[in-house]
Design a protein around this ligand. Structure first.
Ligand SMILES: [Zn+2]
Ligand SMILES: [Zn+2]
Length: 792
């Protein structure tokens, strides 16, 4: 018996290995195995089984990792799709579907010593006091971890060992599962009553689930009526391999999802739940999950890393930790330890946890059978992975939903233009929650024209008189304030007013940010640190009156301390949060009212729900507008809407101040009116003109190297090859090469070519072929990004 194995070292090749008889029972498609490769032992994944191989003298598989196949056939199929669609090596795609903690050669179970009481034949011998105490505890709990027993009995292991010598207890190592939430005390919750909009949305989702269910049933009955011989597959039949069999290419955004075959339900099974901030989307998710559990299936919930707070996780655990639908809720989170992640993943693989919650990579959770995928905050850019495989978890969710017949619910207060556009095209079904749950009003948004604060020869003050007055009033009334500025540090640059010198990073094409507390200049791209000069470093100038320009969160904090000395102000950005508990601690303090004003970057923009926050101030709303990116307007609209949504979540009406130097920009004006549709219409005009996504599709090819001339030359060569290979393709436009907006980052120069096409799947295939034959200099690398979200 032969196994076809994809190795972890990226070679774009598969190798045949012989399966020794003693491993025959354990090796299957999807098994992780250790095999000899040259003189080394390497890890790989079985992607196919065969009876014969074209090669002679095959080497044997050495070891199988894990008791179960780690990559299920469904996930394997998904990995193949990712490799093809996102134009990356199959090994790379396959590697990404398993968490690091699970891929290790050693199973990562934690073993602990457990003590178990044995039945006593006849009379209990007379025991010394300490042994007696241990025995007494064991009568109440006949089995428990040794460490726990020692604490309860206030004794040492020697005491328990003596009981073992007497034949009264056994002490044995057993797998002890880690539970990252063991210390949380979670109170169970019941479904909340839904308002009419929520009820409508839930009904539509449930209908789609039930359609899927009846289809599965009719399929099952067909299979049952077929002759037995056709249904039974032998374990050793040749399965599709990563390379031989191309799985059908699904074009995420350009192709319509497979419509349910039943004519009575022409609707798609992908939904976009567009609900304003505070409209109760999570309650809809929770009740949809309850339905999927009733059907005996499971669910995956994707949440942006930044919103994956204990608060979020608890809402799901609280609903499903007890009652008739009780199941484990597994959390896949980068903040967990490797051991915790290992155990959480296996809870899903073993079917004990039927709900998986996590950030981007949780889309690969082996939930089976899968009935529902929820992608919360679907517009979030963190769903896109910025290294190979450069997949977008929302789009993978849609493909996985189609492959496995699961319903997909995308939720957002500010949907991506892509998803909203797909609703217009009838590919997704739009569900709306236009009002906040509990009849809470949307906050009043006031735009402050900062141009009126400009005085010749004077720096513009951080706070407009209007915002300053509002902060004073709210603090006075013992209400809470959130101030938002998406830029950390004290000042954004250090400049000499005499000679024009600007402190720049030697590794990147950006200026260094001044951090006053730490007294250093810091690069926000590569983390380069430089001392703060006291005079202009320019030899010919030496001006001692060197100046700082631009405002960061540190300066906002310092200015608040001067203006409102009585208020308790805390800053929250990645400079402050050094440990993982910091985030929770600060939010906890804010919740209980120990903090009056919270200043922060995008970290505080999302999902936080604090009833006592009545004022939100956005210090500099135009910041994201000036990025060289066609999505700058969309990003600004999303950010303003999300930040504004933090105000007025309680009983007192909320108020938002947006300070801007371009107050009439449509992104700002539509955000002021909470008018997503208006913004969409206006923005689509611009996208339509330039055929940018979602109207067309783009791929970004970035060449990177330390020698700028070589990178430039390689980019010209790539352009030439592209012209030859795909240049004649209808509707394809090749733009560039041109320097990347951030031309130098971390000592590497970057040049880009952008491709714009009507459809992407076919283009991906041709790109993959082209890349394989490309001859680039050794020190120049090429990154292919299909459907990029970050153009810098
Ligand atoms: Zn100077
Ligand atoms: Zn740098």
């Amino acid at each position: 018996m032969i196994a076809r194995v994809t190795l972890e070292i990226a070679l774009r090749k598969e190798f045949d290995y012989f399966i020794p008889p003693e491993l025959a029972e354990q090796v299957d498609v999807g098994s992780r195995v250790q095999v000899p490769f040259g003189s080394r032992k390497v890890l790989g994944c079985v992607t196919g089984l065969a009876e014969e191989s074209a090669h002679a003298a095959l080497k044997p598989i050495l070891k199988v990792i894990g008791a179960q196949t780690l990559v299920t056939p469904k996930i394997l199929k998904l990995a193949r799709w990712i490799g093809e669609y996102y134009c990356c090596a199959p090994e790379t795609a396959l590697k990404s579907v398993l968490p690091e903690a699970v891929r290790h050669e050693q199973a990562n179970w934690r073993e602990r010593l457990h003590v178990r009481a044995l039945p006593v034949p006849g009379e209990l011998p007379k025991l010394p006091a300490r042994q007696k105490e241990v025995w007494r505890i064991l009568q109440e709990r006949p089995e428990l971890p040794l460490s726990e027993l020692l604490v309860l009995a206030k004794t040492t292991a020697a005491t328990v060992r003596r009981l073992e010598d007497r034949g009264l207890v056994t002490i044995a190592a057993e797998i002890s599962e880690r539970d990252p939430y063991a210390r949380e005390h979670i109170l169970p919750t019941q479904p909340l009553p839904l308002n009419p909009a929520q009820a409508n949305a839930l009904a539509a989702i449930i209908t789609a689930m039930d359609v899927g269910k009846s289809e599965v049933q009719s399929l099952k009955s067909k299979v049952q009526s077929a002759p037995q011989a056709e249904v039974q597959g032998s374990k050793f039949e040749v399965q599709g391999s990563m390379f031989d069999v191309r799985c059908s290419m699904l074009d995420v955004q350009a192709s319509a999802p497979t419509p349910p075959s039943s004519p009575s339900s022409p609707r798609s099974s992908t939904f976009l739940l567009h609900g304003v901030t505070g409209s109760g989307k999570t309650e809809v998710y929770l009740q949809a999950i309850a339905h999927v559990l009733e059907q005996g299936k499971g669910a995956i919930v994707l949440v942006p890393e930044i919103s994956l707070t204990p608060q979020t996780v608890e809402r799901f655990k609280a609903r499903f930790s007890s009652g008739p639908l009780q199941t484990l809720v597994a959390v896949l989170h980068s903040h967990l330890s490797a051991g915790e992640r290992h155990d959480e993943w296996h809870k899903i693989r073993q079917g004990r946890a039927r709900i998986a919650i996590g950030a981007r990579s949780a889309i690969f959770a082996p939930v089976e059978p899968l009935g529902l995928i929820v992608v919360d905050e679907e517009h979030e850019h963190s769903y896109k992975q910025e290294e190979a495989p450069r997949y977008h978890a929302r789009d993978v969710a849609i493909v996985r939903g189609q492959m496995e017949g699961a319903v997909v619910v995308l939720g957002s207060a500010t949907p991506s233009l892509e998803s909203y556009y797909n609703c217009g095209k009838g590919k997704y079904t739009l569900l709306k929650l236009p009002e906040r749950a509990d009849d809470k009003k949307m906050p009043v948004v006031r735009i402050v024209d900062m141009r009126q604060n400009v005085r010749p020869g004077k720096a513009v003050s951080i706070f407009s008189p209007q915002l300053k007055e509002a902060i004073a009033r709210r603090v006075e009334q013992k209400e809470q304030v959130i101030l938002f500025l998406n830029r950390r540090g004290y000042s954004t640059s250090l400049q000499c007013p005499l000679c024009g010198y600007v402190a720049e990073c030697p590794n990147c094409s950006v200026s260094l940010t001044y951090h006053r507390q730490e007294q250093k200049l810091c690069c926000h791209i590569c983390a380069h640190v430089a001392p703060v000069p006291t005079v202009c470093p320019n030899e010919k100038c030496r001006n001692p009156a060197i100046r700082y320009a631009g405002v960061g969160t540190q300066k906002v904090e310092a200015t608040l301390a001067k203006l409102f000395p009585q208020a308790r102000t805390v800053r929250m950005d990645s400079d402050v949060l050094k440990r993982k508990e910091d985030y929770r601690r600060i939010l906890g303090d804010f919740r209980v009212g120990k903090i009056d004003i919270l200043v922060g970057t995008q970290m505080i923009a999302k999902g936080l729900h604090f009833p006592n926050v009545t004022l939100v101030g956005i210090i500099y709303a135009d910041l994201a507008l000036h990025q060289p990116d066609f999505r700058a307007g969309e990003r600004t609209f999303q950010l303003l809407t999300q930040v504004a949504g933090r105000a007025g979540r309680g009983d007192i009406e909320g108020e938002v101040f947006v300070q801007a130097f371009t107050p009439f920009h449509p992104a700002i004006q539509f955000a002021r009116r909470h008018d997503f549709e208006g913004f969409y219409e206006q923005e689509m005009e611009f996208r339509e003109q330039l055929k940018y996504p979602p109207v067309g599709r783009i791929a970004l090819l970035t060449l990177k190297g330390r020698n700028e001339e070589k990178v430039k030359f390689s980019a010209d060569y790539l352009k030439h090859e592209l012209d030859k290979a795909v240049g004649k393709t209808k509707d394809l436009v090749i733009m560039g090469p041109s320097p990347a907006p951030l031309v130098k980052a971390e000592t590497y120069y970057r040049y880009q070519i952008m491709l714009r096409a009507q459809r992407m799947a076919a283009l991906s295939q041709r790109l993959a072929l082209l890349i394989q034959s490309l001859k680039l200099p050794e020190d120049v690398t090429l990154a292919v990004d299909i459907d990029p979200v970050d153009l810098a």
